[in-house]
Design a protein around this ligand. Structure first.
Ligand code: ADP
Length: 706
């Protein structure tokens, strides 16, 4: 008895070991996960005489990844979804959680057994079940479940056997899983790489979008694909491209960010797969209502450009019924590629538009425009340039801009440094085109970026007419100023005669009337002279009559001229001329007028009782003259401008002092004409100090004989 038991026991152990050797030999060569699963399951069913069984493969997070279901020798495909039920609610879940095998002798009596709602097993009666975990490195990589239609059929022996096979098979399943994963990864990479090549092939936005859709359709094997871009403001998405039977209705549709699957993806910045739209509250049925399309399953990934979500890519209704596990990786990959491609295409479109706009402006400009390289070789010329210069475009392209005009290197800088610094330079010149006529031109040059390189843009304006008008006006002005002078001189001499004939000493009224008349006439004379001088000096004429003059005399003459005006406002005039100053070489009449101008301004802006000082001192080869007041002063930003023609400082609403803004412009021309400088130092509310320098007259041979 003992012996037979031992023999039986020995035989069983032998059979057991044989089986394990068989299992490991069967599995050693297999890599394909499905094949491994099928072999393990068949072997196991055979060795325990089971009728049906399943193996569920789990990923690292414990989610079902793949599975096999064998019912009476028939392999049921695509059962993973169905088997998920038993992981969530049934026996497999229990095994996974407890990491130990389970034996159920009667399924109707054990709560761990839950028949799936739709499965075939639901129809049959109670049975017996064994289940065991497949564990590798402490991790459950799968669960094997075997059933027998009779209750009480399976025993502890069966369970031990199943556990032993499971232990043996676990590594094979694990390797198969790894292999399947790497295959899938490779597939994803290939799909993305192929898309990359296709999507990057064009720069036209429409074409790029179309290629993205095609690539997505191919890679995911879906019925329809659509692409929406985020609108500026990031509140809305607009469908820009779509494929499928309702594509025309889809394009142009708008949805809000946060609304629907697409809106959710933009808002969350991550992809999403909805296998059954009826089960997911994020699905927004309004789009289907608008288009008449029926979306059953949807995969959606963000389109990113430089880290920002600029849109979404949607794949609808996979041909296989549901999306494969890697669908989102593929879609994500394409989405990332799409972002860069779309952005490039958009930039390219903007560039093209800008280029067209420039071209139009260029051709339609009323000015002649020429584009040259840094040497001046013409690369482009518009119609006006052809007209102005008198050559056709083709001929111009062989020419150099410096052939037609003399460039002003003072303005452009030596070696065009000003242009190289990026400044816009303008100057006047003469154009010598095909005809022998010379044309007065104004040239504006600046550096531009074109076709990726630096070029120069020359805008050439015909200013013949303006020149003519200018010289006409100047001639006219000089004529008037000039012609004013002799009648004025007559008035002065007439007044002189009257002064001698009338009893001015006896009658103070006559005296004062005559004084007013004389002073006013002198002022008009000074004004006429200054205007005439201004227009002459602007035309480039030099100072008429420089002669060595005593500084003290100049200052005194000016003081005499304004004394009455100062008295009327009770202004104290003080002279501070240093004794022993050398003579200055000046046109006496002109510099006297400069001093009078500065003094009159000082009087005009001073309040009653304020003080004005006039002085002179030596400054190197020059004598510096100054007029200092205690009046309102001049704002800092106006200190230079007031010397420009017609420049006047606006001082609040009450700044209503009369004047044309010509006085200081004359002073500047006169002083600079003498080789001196004029400036003003001023502090608002405290007064101003106008100063100018005049060259010292050299004694000796150079001094004009007088
Ligand atoms: P205007 O005929 O207006 O006096 P000017 O050329 O003589 O023309 O002066 C230009 C401007 O400079 C004046 O409008 C005034 O605003 C300012 N200005 C000139 N002199 C003085 C001064 N001494 N104090 C304050 N402002 C002055």
């Amino acid at each position: 008895m003992m012996a037979t038991d031992a023999v039986r026991e020995g035989n069983r152990t032998r059979a057991f070991l044989d089986l394990l050797v068989h299992v490991s030999r069967e599995l050693a060569s297999a890599l394909d996960l499905r094949l491994v699963l099928e072999r393990v399951l068949k072997l196991s069913l055979e060795s325990v005489s089971g009728s049906s069984g399943s193996i569920i493969v789990l990923d690292d997070q414990g989610n079902p990844l793949d599975s096999i279901l064998l019912i009476k020798d028939r392999v049921i495909q695509e059962a993973t979804q169905q088997l998920k039920f038993t992981i969530d609610k049934g026996l497999a879940g229990w095994v996974l959680k407890n990491r130990e095998p389970a034996l159920i002798t009667d399924t109707s009596l054990d709560k761990r057994w839950q028949a799936p709602p739709k499965g075939e097993q639901a129809k049959v009666g109670p049975k017996s079940v064994v289940a065991a975990p497949l564990i590798v490195r402490e991790k459950v990589v799968g669960i094997m479940t075997l059933t027998h239609p009779e209750t009480g059929f399976f025993t502890q022996d069966h369970l031990d056997l199943v556990q032993a096979i499971s232990d043996q098979a676990a590594f094979a399943v694990y390797n198969g899983r790894l292999y399947a994963e790497s295959l899938r990864r490779a597939g994803v990479m290939t799909a993305i790489a192929e898309s990359a090549a296709a999507i990057g092939a064009s720069l036209q936005l429409d074409k790029v979008l179309q290629t993205i859709l095609e690539q997505t359709t191919q890679a995911l094997e879906v019925e329809a694909v659509s692409l929406a871009l985020v609108e500026p403001g990031e509140k809305e998405l607009v469908f820009r491209a779509a494929t499928g039977e309702r594509s025309k209705e889809v394009v142009g549709l708008r949805i809000k960010v946060g609304q629907g699957v697409a809106g959710w993806v933009v808002k969350e910045g991550q992809g999403l797969i909805v296998q059954d739209t009826e089960q997911d509250p994020r699905f927004y049925s309004k789009v289907d209502e608008a288009t008449g399309y029926k979306t059953r399953a949807i995969a959606c990934a963000p389109i990113r450009a430089r880290g920002k979500v600029i849109g979404v890519l949607e794949a609808l209704n996979p041909e296989a019924g549901s999306f494969a596990g890697d669908a989102l990786s593929v879609l994500d990959g394409i989405g990332n590629l799409a972002g860069t491609a779309i952005e490039h295409a958009q930039l390219f479109e903007q560039m093209e538009a800008a280029r067209t706009r420039y071209r139009e402006l260029f051709e339609d400009s009323v000015d002649a425009i020429l584009i040259t390289d840094w040497e001046g070789n013409i690369v482009e010329a518009n119609r006006q340039a052809e007209l102005l210069i008198g050559f056709d475009e083709e001929t111009l392209h062989k020419m150099n801009i410096h052939h037609f005009h003399k460039a002003d290197y003072k303005a452009l800088g030596k070696d065009l440094t000003k242009l190289k610094e990026g400044a816009s330079v303008s100057y006047e010149s003469i154009l010598q085109g095909q005809s022998s006529n010379e044309v007065g031109i104004e040239v504006y040059v600046h550096r531009i970026l074109m076709d990726g390189g630096e070029q120069l843009q020359w805008i050439v304006r015909d200013i013949t007419e303006r020149k003519n008008l200018d010289s006409l006006r100047e001639d006219l002005a000089s004529m008037i100023y000039h012609d004013l002078r002799s009648p004025l001189a007559n008035v002065v001499s007439g007044l002189d005669v009257l002064e001698m004939m009338l009893p001015v000493d006896q009658d103070p009224t006559i005296r004062s009337v005559l004084d007013i008349a004389m002073r006013s006439t002198e002022r008009v004379q000074r004004l006429a002279n200054s205007l005439l001088d201004t227009s002459r000096m602007e035309a480039g004429q030099s100072i008429g009559n420089p002669e060595p003059s005593a500084v003290g005399d100049l200052v005194q003459a000016a003081l005499d001229a304004v004394a009455t005006g100062a008295q009327a406002k009770e202004i104290k005039l003080e002279a501070g001329v240093i004794k022993g100053l050398p003579k200055v070489l000046v046109d006496i009449e002109m510099i006297r007028r400069v001093l009078i101008n500065l003094l009159e301004n000082a009087i005009k802006y001073s309040g009653e009782g304020q003080k004005i000082t006039v002085g002179a001192r030596r400054a190197g080869d020059f004598v510096e003259f100054w007029v200092k007041d205690e009046a309102r002063g001049i704002p800092k930003n106006e200190l230079e401008r007031i010397f420009e023609k017609f420049a006047r400082v606006q001082m609040g609403a009450s700044g209503n002092t009369k004047g044309l803004g010509l006085g200081l412009a004359f002073c500047k021309l006169a002083v600079e004409g003498h080789g001196g400088e004029i400036w003003v130092e001023s502090e608002l509310g405290k007064g101003s100090r106008f100063a100018f320098t005049m060259p010292i007259a050299r004694t000796g041979a150079l001094e004009p004989a007088k």
